[in-house]
Design a protein around this ligand. Sequence first.
Ligand SMILES: Cc1cc2nc3c(=O)[nH]c(=O)nc-3n(C[C@H](O)[C@H](O)[C@H](O)COP(=O)(O)OP(=O)(O)OC[C@H]3O[C@@H](n4cnc5c(N)ncnc54)[C@H](O)[C@@H]3O)c2cc1C
Ligand code: SF4
Length: 1021
Amino acid sequence: MVEDGEKQKPFDAIVIGSGFGGAVTAARLVEAGLDVCLLERGRRFEPADFPEAPSPEQVLPDFARWRWAPKGGELGLWETRDLGDLLSVQAAGYGGGSLIYANVHLRAPEEAFEGWPDGWSRKTLDPYYDLAAWTIGLEVAPDEIRDTEGNALPILKAEQLKRASEGLGRPWVKLPIAVRFGDDGRTKERGRCVGCGACDTGCSYGAKKTLDQNYLEVVDRAASDPKRGQRVEVLTLAEAVRIEPGAGEEPFTVHYRDHLALEGEYGRGRVPVRSLRAEHVFVCAGALGSTELLARSGHERLSGLDMERLGEGFRANADSLGVVYDTAEAQQPHVGPTITGGMLYEGPSVLSQHGLAPGDPTAPPAPTAAEGAEVFLLVQDGGYSLPVVGGFQAVFRSPLWLGRNRFEERPADQLPAFGTSDGSVALAPPSGGRPNAALPVAIYRVLVANQLSPELRRIVGEQLKRWKDLGRPLYEAEESALLDAVLAATAEKAPDIVAEWCRWFGWFFKLRCMRWLVSRVASGLFEVAKPSIIKAVREAAISRYGLRDPAHLAGTAIRFAAGDRGASFVVADDTEPATGPRAGDHVAVLLSMGRDHGWGKVEVPSPAEGGPTRVRLELPRGMPVYATQEALLRDVAGELKGELRLNPDWSTNNRPVTVHAQGGCAMADAPGEGVTDGNGQVHGVPGLYVFDASAFPASVGVNPSHTIAALAERNVETFLDGHLKGEHRDKWRDAREAAKTAAAAWRRDFEKRGHSIDPLQLHLGDTAKPPKADPVGIRFEETMVGFVAPVEAGETLRSVADSFAVADIDIGAYLAAQHRGREAGTALELTLQAEAVDLRYFLDRPPHELALTGTARFIRGGVETESRPVIGTLELMGGTGGRRTMTYDLYLVDEDGRPQTEGPWLRGFKELSDHVGADAYADATTLYVAFTEGDDDEWGGVVRIPLDEFVEKQLPSMEATGTDDPAAQAWALAEFGAFFFGNLARTYAADLIAVAKSVGRRWTGQARALGVEQCDDGGKP
Ligand SMILES: Cc1cc2nc3c(=O)[nH]c(=O)nc-3n(C[C@H](O)[C@H](O)[C@H](O)COP(=O)(O)OP(=O)(O)OC[C@H]3O[C@@H](n4cnc5c(N)ncnc54)[C@H](O)[C@@H]3O)c2cc1C
Ligand code: SF4
């Protein structure tokens, strides 16, 4: 046992981490005869050791085995990190990510290596991919698998997704995976796959070819062989906390926490920190772990490290997760290894395909090449083991989300009517009256959309009928003729009362308000109908959400409330038969990933600053790939005829979850451009290396383990080639060449058996075929009319569009032109349709531009002279804080619909700033225009949205596009409403908001004092 680094001869190398980077590095260093110490923070897991789902008697799972949270004494398998802008999941254990990964080994496409240092390409990496594939022994899943009893089970999920994919005109390929299906000579000793679906929670059958079965075995063998004359140590539960360079030629010192010393003793003492010394240190603690370790060391004594670059280029690999419920055919996601195959999309992003145009001034900006105008992404079949079926249901299909994460192309008229058992109550309120029932209806519709049981629906509906006045407080405070008129007009027009209400009260639909409404409904319901409600909830919990009993319900609620998103496991209903069809059969799990342009930075605070590590993610740069993924997942769900649910954290909070984190210590040829050089040595710190996912300069787009292993193979070879000397090096070189030859022969044999080691390079047909589903967007119409006239000598019409600050613009010139126009009877009417084809992109990416199409009508002396088609853009919320602008650029179009001129024909702006009096409505509807007419005469004036137009046409014209799903429509309108009215509120009611915030803070303080934890806007505790 290594106790004190000072007293021992330094190792040649310390390797930190035993995942793909660490296992490969340690194995090759050991094979080359070096003295090596491998430090791994997690424990060893044998097949029988993996954590299990809680038994029916347990309320909560055994966190100490499930979760890596050493401060709480939990030294388990999974680490789920809330990094602010995203969630990240990784493993802790001997074998790193291989213990919980889905076994897929894919080679990255050639384009993925753009921006990597010199000498890196797909071609130069291929021999190292071969070495990794051969050492691990990749296989391909059969169509059928034998369970523990020897029954042959078809892998339905793969078959179904292949069919769905082909139905969409997209080929489906089987992927190489690290699973033992047949006899590879070690089946007796290790075990074979029985298709239990538990690959991501640990294989209890020894069938996963985890790293401890191959690369790490080399290290273990050497460590347990005293006769080798080589010092090899493996320390598990040893967490490196700091690396210190020695003075001059002195070795590095690595300090580590020895969790083993105090396992089970937390709370009673401090974890001892020990130290070891080595000539070389290889940091392989994963993208997050390596970046954090270097940052902590840099904050202390590791000088030379470029702290500016450290953490940059962190990427989530555009990971996303969707679950399709109620599919027409059975999928059985719990039968077969977690992933067996996938489809490839390689083409323009849906944003580029849907009206956004690069460099076109008449269209909102499309993503640039740097942002991923061209998209590379994969969709793979996912799966899980039976015990976690209920957990997935509880998270993905929770009624808490109010349909926010749902895509379902079911026509609204198929939804049951509100509040009756016989379906007789109309959705629209009585003509002329106020839509008092609108909010209850909205709630009811959302509950229906969540497919609660008929019994629960009936009870909720009946109770809501009694709650006609629920919505009253929302508008009574603002009693006015205008509101009455709007409500009446809205009610009359309303085809779907949910959408109408969302239009007006979209921002009320933010999480906080929904909580308020739900709690009111819940408390009311419980008062009135306690026994039947409890029965119905229980029935719904069991039938729809797979929860077993109230104890489990309580356990799940506690875990959920505690934000324990990573490890929410509940046991499925055991009244279901062990074999044959199950309720969970009609569920398809879809895993997607792609080349991610959403640049991020890991920020590790110094000890003086304190606080947790955060990742700042520039999400808009990643939107093209996420938007295209969403469209493809919707296509697949449509093909399977099911309801798609996306990761709720993504849908509600815009936060991706990644299991494929990359970057943070990126390789770059020149110091100042990255953290390590092209061979993984840290710039400015000779002897310190980073050989894992953190070294990726760009996202590879595919499942990354294979590239991490190949990277480590390549860079450890370069290291050894420079480090070894004389005969020793010659011998090592010969052995290395022999291994490469054997690996290449193995690959050829693999392909001879009809498999492809690189299925993405096969001729896959039209991988650029655009997805069928449109992005979810919004559209509305507005008409503005007013007087215009030629500009007189000495007058100048300055515009915000010409980069003039609002304060420098003389509005008087516009008003004077308006006045002359009124006297001359020259009017301009603009009827425009504004559209954001992808709402999320629009919201996330300033300058928030909408596409405009419509007509400009000229009226002279009361007679319309001309109606001209126009196109253009509207920048909806320019400026900041108390001074906002909306700018319009309109182009006259020729017969082909193209702009007639290079520059805009008309430029207009609205100024939103808070002056004395009620000016919000007037500001938001008054457009100052300047345009050319006749022989380039300059005209100007003012056009406005008339109140009746606004109420009768503009508001009812607002619609969500790209989806038939009522919940998705309602949420789109709510999001847009929150954006628009939120900006108005911040401009015109800043004082009120400040008062509300201070009241809120006071309230929160009181609540805290009472032990109640409040949530912030993102719903995070
Ligand atoms: C659920 C899931 C499914 C996945 N499926 C796939 C898949 O099918 N195919 C694929 O290619 N990828 C998959 N991945 C991703 C894959 O696991 C990772 O990309 C890969 O493991 C990263 O390799 P790495 O060497 O960079 O880091 P890791 O494999 O994470 O290894 C880092 C190791 O370092 C240890 N460590 C961290 N900090 C310290 C410290 N301070 N001191 C000592 N030790 C430390 C960790 O415990 C860990 O063992 C999946 C990931 C998850 C979570
Ligand atoms: S499905 Fe996965 S976990 Fe189950 S036996 Fe096969 S490899 Fe192991």
